[in-house]
Design a binder for this molecule. Structure first.
Ligand code: SAH
Length: 355
């Protein structure tokens, strides 16, 4: 069944007009769905029973069902497992920082990008999530925690730019003044580097922050970690990143998952300096590097380097004028990140993760 929460306000207006209703009803219903975050038609008290019945015959207003919430004793991070209407299961994370509450959401069930260290992609892509399912993760988290979400990162399972239309609809809806009205400046999307889509996103200027999963300073090493590197070389990706910065003025993040013996040596750090400097020299790019010590997954034998090695890598970048941070691990006591929680859940429930 279709879900009413997948419709932007203008599409809702059209639908209601086709049903012979007044356009202002669209705003009322949209507010129920996207500000009051209701889960049932009968909560829409200013909408007639007749209209609610006619809508519910064709459209559901169900939210993803929360099947598990794990709370970290260390830092209060909450990890959520949600079940979609068709039974598919995804994960999202809620984190408390000094500067507010952040939510990390999934954009697809599984992923087809095949990055070698990532748990989300082990069984490939099951399907795209709809805009309403992306919103629904945030809505359920807000309903559970009772706290307003300030920042959103699309860094859960999936490649958001591989689901471009639903993803951009989600951006329009989450920033809509009739919905949660979250500032686009507080939204970060992470991509493995789908060049044409990065350019399209720049042209459409959504004003969101872009993070690129770089993970290596050259194509050869990158190919050992990320199959997408066979399709787009750094000589295509880097100009697209510059283009994004020029169009939006938003500082770009380079994510660099540090894997022992693969990309964590001084030589790679120096090569990364060179790569980024060549872009910064023309004053064309403001950026910083986020080092992510790899989260080992049991299906592969990648190892996390010693902390001192990651710090040495960071210092080389910083000494050379490149801002670099090491990602703080959140909720380390409640299962690994990046799609591992979902897999653990499916395994203990005895569900085939391909299903
Ligand atoms: N498809 C998007 C979002 C992926 S998840 C992308 O590729 O950017 C967000 C980040 O976590 C990406 O940089 C991804 O490469 C990284 N990541 C995934 N699994 C990881 C792991 N096990 N350890 C460290 N980083 C990981």
């Amino acid at each position: 069944m279709k879900n009413l929460r997948d419709l932007e306000i203008n599409d809702l207006k059209k639908l209601l007009e086709e049903m012979g209703e007044k356009p202002f009803r669209a705003k009322q219903i949209y507010t129920w769905l996207h500000q009051n975050l209701v889960e049932h038609y009968d909560e829409m008290t200013n909408i007639s029973k007749g209209l609610r019945d006619r809508l519910s015959a064709e459209y559901s207003v169900a939210l993803p069902e929360t099947v598990e919430v794990l709370t970290s004793k260390i830092d209060g991070t909450k990890k959520f497992i949600f079940r979609m209407q068709d039974g598919h299961v995804i994960e999202s994370v809620w984190m408390e920082y000094q500067h507010g509450h952040s939510v990390c959401i999934s954009s697809q069930v599984g992923c087809r990008m095949g990055c070698k260290f990532c748990a989300s992609t082990l069984d490939g892509l099951a399907r795209n999530l709809t805009s309403g399912e992306m919103l629904g993760q945030i809505y359920q988290i807000q309903r559970t925690t009772g706290a307003r979400v300030d920042n959103i990162v699309i860094m859960g399972s999936g490649e958001p730019l591989d689901n471009y239309d639903e993803f951009t609809r989600f951006i329009r809806m989450i920033s809509d003044e009739n919905g949660l009205h979250i500032s686009r400046r507080n939204i970060t999307i992470s991509t493995c580097g789908l060049v044409p889509k990065i350019r399209q996103l720049a042209d459409e200027n959504y004003g969101i922050t872009l993070a690129l999963s770089l993970h290596a300073p050259n194509d050869e090493t990158r190919k050992t970690l990320m199959p997408i590197a066979n399709k787009y070389s750094l000589s295509e990706i880097m100009p697209a990143i510059e283009y994004y910065f020029e169009k939006t003025g938003r500082r770009v993040t380079f994510e660099y998952s540090v894997v022992e013996g693969v990309n964590d040596n001084k030589a790679e750090a120096m090569e990364l300096v060179k790569l980024i400097r060549s872009m910064k020299n023309g004053g064309k790019l403001q950026c910083h590097v986020n080092l992510i010590p790899v989260n080992p997954i049991k299906e592969r034998d990648w190892k996390r380097p010693d902390r001192t090695k990651v710090e040495a890598f960071q210092h080389i970048l910083e000494r050379n004028g490149i801002a670099a941070t090491i990602r703080r691990e959140m909720g380390s006591d409640i299962s690994g990140s990046c799609g591992q929680l979902r897999r653990d859940y499916l395994e203990t429930e005895g569900i085939d993760s391909k299903a």
